[in-house]
Design a protein around this ligand. Structure first.
Ligand code: F6R
Length: 250
């Protein structure tokens, strides 16, 4: 039986990052105009460091690569130090030779959020769709800012953030949870599932419980990442602590 998502377990977070960075490098070598979907958060930091290292070593040319980030806070300008635009500049875009015009993020200062979400969907379509979407996962099973809820949105949309999600982003706002915006704009589940390949990164013991449910549980809007079971080319790349609740055959 072909199971989705596939599961790949590595000794530690650094090994996960090295393996995915190699995959990204190979994909860019095969197609220099690759379209990547990217997450922010703590988990992908090791990946961005490794990709930057490979670029410095002359092994990856990002000059023709296009990127789309999953989400952005709503209600702050893109140059706000807590914005995901700023995060990406600090940890990745500012360290490689990517063309800033090819790095797409939702505009959290757009007056008309619905129009901004539509613009983003069109931009992804105009770029030919996302070839490889990289995801992190919240401990509540969210991907992008698609939070557990009775219903999920298919397309890019405006969301109200859960208290636990605002708490886990407090570091970007000087540790002050009350300064984390209450809303965000996020790709929808359909936007994510339309990527031709999806890689979900999860490292550390706090992710083990939701990883187990993503692999073995039912598909449910209470665990948005469970929808990856419907994707024909999705893989979970895990370190051992995040994989601790999986049995070898699960
Ligand atoms: C951020 C995003 C979120 C994070 C998730 C995990 O762009 O899409 O879904 O991936 O909150 O965050 P970390 O990696 O900080 O545990």
């Amino acid at each position: 039986m072909i199971r989705s998502p596939r599961v790949a377990v590595f000794a530690d977070a650094a090994a996960v990052a090295r393996s995915l960075a190699r995959r990204v490098a190979d994909a860019i070598r095969a197609k220099p105009t690759l379209v990547l979907g990217l997450p922010t958060g703590r988990t992908p930091l090791a990946l961005y460091a490794e990709l930057s290292r490979l670029h410095e070593a002359g092994e990856i040319d990002f000059s023709r690569v296009t990127t789309f980030n999953l989400d952005e806070f709503y209600g702050i300008p893109s140059d706000h130090p807590g914005s995901y635009r700023s995060f990406m500049r600090t940890h990745f875009f500012g360290r490689v030779n990517i063309d800033p015009a090819r790095t797409h993020l939702l505009d959290g200062s757009a007056a008309d959020a619905a129009a901004e979400c539509e613009r983003y969907e069109r931009a992804i379509e105009d770029a030919g769709g996302i070839a490889l979407q990289i995801l992190g996962i919240g401990t509540n099973g969210h991907i992008g800012f698609n939070e557990p809820a009775p219903e999920l949105e298919a397309r890019t949309h405006r969301v109200t953030l859960k208290p636990e999600t605002r708490r886990s982003n407090a570091a970007l706002f000087g540790g002050r949870e009350e300064d984390v915006p209450r809303e965000a704009l996020s790709m929808g589940m359909g936007t994510i599932l339309q990527a031709r390949a999806v890689v979900l990164l999860a490292t550390g013991a706090p992710k083990a419980a939701c990883v187990e449910r993503v692999v073995n549980g039912p598909i449910t809007t209470a665990l948005p990442a469970s929808f990856l079971q419907l994707h024909p080319d999705a893989v979970l790349m895990l370190d051992e602590p995040a994989a601790a609740r999986l049995t070898p055959n699960s």
